[in-house]
Design a protein around this ligand. Structure first.
Ligand SMILES: Nc1ncnc2c1ncn2[C@@H]1O[C@H](COP(=O)(O)OP(=O)(O)OP(=O)(O)O)[C@@H](O)[C@H]1O
Ligand code: SF4
Ligand SMILES: [Mg+2]
Length: 346
């Protein structure tokens, strides 16, 4: 385990003695380093191999039926965490526990059997759907791949899934092509396709980012309703802090491959503690800028995750940085129940 986190660190307000059954997803000291491709000639003259430290020693857990929001600037490693948990990419090190089982190195038939339980909704529904496949067929496809049900049964499941995502009457939507739907409706099709396999875990990666603001709230409400109805657990990855506020139980803030603060949603919005979280919250537009003074404005851009800054990775941009900040990496500490923070000020 790398510096920064204690063995067994468990954000999410989870008591150490709590029933493990209550936890659906747990990641422990997860790392993903992507090797940087070097020009052939340069690679002949150096043995040093650089890597993008996309996810660097991240630990958290998500309780069943809850939504963890993962927020942070572009390039901070949010999507990579989602892909690691879904086992779409291999981790460099660390552990992924799902339903109490270590799935980090699962492969073959065992991994295939796990796939239906974990689904993902990406940002662009048009890119997620085959333009030449009628939407009914697209939703049915996973049932065929996993050999679930007979022909008539499959069709009934598809019609039911369409109803669940409020595309009514479902018979009207079944024969349409993706181009014959609005953006919001297409994302509902993607949700129906994910739901059809009866998953327990859903990664929503900027799932509402491309949807018109006017229908975004309806989609978020639908996601919330589906969560309650099917006891789903979400990892909700977003740039949109307003959406996160609506749907998330807890928020994890990421900066350059590391978690910097994890807390219940209300705490993050009312009393963010980490300077980076404060800056993110202060960047939310407010109707009357005069209402809020002393805003913490982020300077510069997120540095490259190849050779990240020493000590606290946020130190080159942090207005409170002291000498120790560039020398030593801050450990994640629980400053109040369920509120974790990695900063030398605490
Ligand atoms: N397959 C890959 N090969 C090399 N580097 C990668 C790969 N995938 C991601 N990265 C790098 O890892 C870092 C984290 O990327 P990631 O997509 O996880 O960020 P993100 O937080 O989801 O950003 P965004 O908000 O823009 O979606 C970035 O520097 C990215 O360039
Ligand atoms: S550890 Fe130092 S640099 Fe990092 S956020 Fe805290 S005060 Fe700022
Ligand atoms: Mg992303």
């Amino acid at each position: 385990m790398g510096p920064g986190l204690n063995v067994g660190f468990m954000p999410m307000g989870v008591k150490r003695n709590m029933d493990e059954d209550n936890v659906l997803v747990k990641v422990k000291s997860l790392k993903k380093y992507f090797p940087v491709k070097m020009p052939f000639l340069a690679s002949l003259f150096t043995k040093e191999r650089k890597a993008v430290h996309a996810v660097d020693d991240v630990s958290f857990e998500i309780k069943r039926g809850e939504t963890l929001g993962l927020v942070g600037e572009s390039g901070s490693g949010k999507t990579t965490i989602g892909r690691l948990i879904l086992r779409l990419i291999e981790s460099t090190s660390g552990k992924i526990i799902f339903e109490g089982r270590d799935i980090t190195h699962l492969e073959g038939e065992s991994l295939r059997k796990l796939r239906p339980k974990m689904q993902v909704i990406f940002q662009d529904p048009l890119a997620s759907l085959n333009p030449y496949m009628r939407v009914g067929e697209a939703i049915k496809h996973p049932l065929e791949i996993h050999n679930i049900g007979k022909k008539q049964e499959r069709k009934e499941k598809v019609l039911d899934a369409l109803e669940q995502v409020r595309l009514i009457p479902p018979e009207d939507f079944y024969p349409r092509y993706p181009r014959e739907l609005s953006g919001g409706q297409r994302q509902r099709i993607v949700m129906a396709r994910a739901l059809i396999l009866n998953p327990s875990f859903m990664v929503a990666d900027e799932a509402t980012a491309m949807i018109d603001v006017s229908v975004r709230s309806q989609l978020l409400k639908l996601m919330k309703d589906l969560k309650a109805k099917f006891n789903l657990t979400y990892l909700f990855i977003t740039h949109d802090l307003a959406s996160a506020k609506y749907i998330c139980d807890d928020i994890a803030v990421m900066y350059l491959g590391k978690l910097v603060e994890v807390a219940p949603m209300r705490t993050i919005y009312t009393s963010p503690s980490h300077p980076y979280t404060k800056a993110l919250m202060d960047a939310i537009p407010i109707p009357d800028p005069k209402q809020k003074r002393d805003r913490l404005i982020l300077k510069g851009e997120i540095p490259t995750p190849i050779d990240p800054p020493s000590g606290c990775r946020f130190h080159p941009r942090c207005p409170y940085a002291k000498k120790v900040c560039s020398e030593r990496e801050p450990e994640m500490k629980e400053i109040e129940k369920g509120h974790y923070i990695a900063c030398h000020m605490f």
